[in-house]
Design a protein around this ligand. Structure first.
Ligand SMILES: *[C@@H]1O[C@H](CO)[C@@H](O)[C@H](O)[C@H]1NC(C)=O
Ligand SMILES: *[C@@H]1O[C@H](CO)[C@@H](O)[C@H](O)[C@H]1NC(C)=O
Ligand SMILES: *[C@@H]1O[C@H](CO)[C@@H](O)[C@H](O)[C@H]1NC(C)=O
Ligand SMILES: *[C@@H]1O[C@H](CO)[C@@H](O)[C@H](O)[C@H]1NC(C)=O
Ligand SMILES: *[C@@H]1O[C@H](CO)[C@@H](O)[C@H](O)[C@H]1NC(C)=O
Ligand SMILES: *[C@@H]1O[C@H](CO)[C@@H](O)[C@H](O)[C@H]1NC(C)=O
Ligand SMILES: *[C@@H]1O[C@H](CO)[C@@H](O)[C@H](O)[C@H]1NC(C)=O
Ligand SMILES: *[C@@H]1O[C@H](CO)[C@@H](O)[C@H](O)[C@H]1NC(C)=O
Ligand SMILES: *[C@@H]1O[C@H](CO)[C@@H](O)[C@H](O)[C@H]1NC(C)=O
Length: 406
């Protein structure tokens, strides 16, 4: 009996000298923490290049909870976070990390991991945040990710991911708040199931190959930041959906194939719907071939940036635009706008950038433009203006040596 006890004490001693924090409160080694260490060392063995020696110190003789980039939970029973962004780590993305089943946060963005996202990552059931942006990952989002139902943040931007988004993922993972899949090669429609996440506030899908229309289910989210620019979305501008996104701050629809109402001739329902988005600060509808006139109701948007260049917008600029007293950037370049620029524009006292180039504007350039205190970039070129160039109270223009409307 004594002997057995002595051996046990000796064992404890050996364990506690080498791996002190693997001891729980009651003095037992946590098997799960040994598993976590084995997984991390197996992961390390797949790294071909570690330019900053970030994980060089990971070793058998080191407490796993003091591995660089690793955080254990407060009872030290599991690895809870792995944080190795911007490290230049290079290697095939191995499934070994899927053994870290206590993991809540996994941030590996801006490295050089290649290969597919391992389907085994679905074992990470407690994962709240997965960030793999700026790597060289290929292939689809694994179907098995439907099991990651606690996920709040998923960012996979700037990889080479392909295929359609799995609807099962969105059906099940309803805790999503921030989803960034931009700058990949995803195809197919944006699944209706994406609206199953009531807390979804930021959706970045820009620069992919999505087709079809925005899913109506988005009305059930808390959308604040919606960027679906540079895809192949089609159909009418989604006024009905946008009019219900009352928290929307940033809307980017540029470089898609959408049209305005009444066979691409009526922008009014769209701008009317946006009146419901009382926090909208930025609107970007660049190069969509949109037709119609700017409605005078545009004055109801309390917006700071409006990019409408490279469309087929007709008519004149409604004088009510002068009510957009927080407007800093207005770009209407390359449309079919005509008429005079009202001197009311001088009420846009926050204006910094005004681009009206390549339209059919005529008449005199209002002298008051020269007095806008913050105007730093002004392009009025390729129009039918006549009369004198307004004098300016600001030194900056003269110093630039060129006046862009000449
Ligand atoms: C991962 O866990 C499984 C089962 O728990 C085990 O068989 C395997 O050896 C572990 N792999 C690594 C790299 O830790
Ligand atoms: C190495 O670390 C420095 C400082 O953190 C960082 O600026 C640099 O980009 C890293 N190198 C690589 C290759 O990631
Ligand atoms: C959805 O999540 C639940 C709970 O996590 C899981 O039991 C179920 O298998 C998941 N469904 C799919 C299709 O993976
Ligand atoms: C929004 O959610 C409700 C309740 O879950 C559901 O009945 C409705 O169909 C959803 N709307 C859309 C457009 O998906
Ligand atoms: C984009 O969609 C249009 C129809 O909406 C289709 O004619 C075109 O082939 C699509 N382009 C790509 C690259 O998918
Ligand atoms: C704007 O909000 C009002 C009031 O909530 C609602 O009746 C209307 O349908 C909304 N507009 C759109 C386009 O959804
Ligand atoms: C208009 O927008 C500005 C700047 O975003 C903000 O400071 C101001 O409170 C807004 N006004 C209203 C009435 O929403
Ligand atoms: C512009 O705003 C003023 C009050 O700030 C309001 O009385 C007027 O009706 C608005 N004009 C338009 C065209 O919206
Ligand atoms: C305005 O649009 C033109 C034409 O697309 C572009 O060259 C210019 O950079 C834009 N300026 C701003 C501030 O968006």
């Amino acid at each position: 009996m004594f002997l057995v006890k002595a051996v046990f004490v000796l064992l404890l001693f050996i364990l506690s000298t080498g791996q002190a924090t693997m001891m729980g409160h009651n003095g037992h080694t946590h098997h799960s923490l040994l598993t976590d260490k084995a997984a991390l060392l197996a992961f390390k063995s797949t790294i071909k290049f570690d330019p900053n020696c970030t994980i060089a110190g990971w070793g058998d003789d080191v407490d796993v909870c003091s591995f660089r980039g690793v955080r254990c939970d407060k009872h030290h029973h599991r690895v809870a976070q792995l944080f190795l962004p911007d490290c230049g780590l290079t290697g095939h993305f191995s499934p070994f990390l899927s053994n870290l089943t206590g993991l809540r946060v996994l941030k590996l963005f801006n490295n050089h991991f290649s290969g597919v996202i391992p389907p085994e990552f679905s074992h990470l059931r407690h994962l709240l945040c997965l960030q793999l942006d700026e790597n060289n990952l290929q292939g689809p989002i694994p179907e098995s990710f439907a099991l990651l139902s606690k996920l709040r943040t998923l960012t996979l931007s700037e990889n080479s991911l392909t295929e359609a988004l799995p609807p099962s993922f969105f059906r099940n993972c309803t805790s999503l708040g921030n989803l960034d899949l931009s700058l990949n090669f995803f195809t197919g429609k944006i699944p209706q199931e994406i609206g199953n996440s009531p807390h979804l506030w930021s959706l970045n899908l820009y620069n992919n190959q999505f087709v079809g229309q925005l899913p109506a289910s988005l009305v059930n989210t808390s959308m604040c930041n919606l960027d679906v620019g540079t895809n192949n979305l089609s159909g009418e501008l989604p006024s009905d959906i946008l009019g219900k996104l009352s928290l929307l701050k940033y809307l980017q629809l540029s470089y898609n194939n959408m049209i305005s109402h009444d066979k691409n001739s009526n922008l009014e329902p769209f701008f009317t719907a946006l009146e419901n988005c009382t926090s909208l600060a930025e609107l970007q509808l660049v190069s969509m071939g949109l037709g119609g006139r700017l409605p005078s109701s545009i004055s109801q948007l309390n917006i700071t940036k409006m990019l409408l260049q490279e469309n087929q917008i007709t008519g004149s600029i409604p004088p009510s635009i002068a009510n957009l007293s927080y407007l800093m950037t207005l770009n209407l370049t390359s449309n079919h706008l005509n008429g005079k620029i009202s001197s009311m524009i001088s009420r846009l006292s926050k204006l910094e950038q005004l681009f009206l180039s390549q339209n059919l504007f005529s008449g005199e350039i209002p002298a008051v433009l020269g007095q806008l205190p913050h105007l730093g970039l002004l392009d009025l070129s390729y129009n039918n203006f006549n009369g004198p160039i307004p004098a300016t109270s600001r030194m900056g223009w003269g110093a630039c040596g060129k006046l862009p409307w000449m």
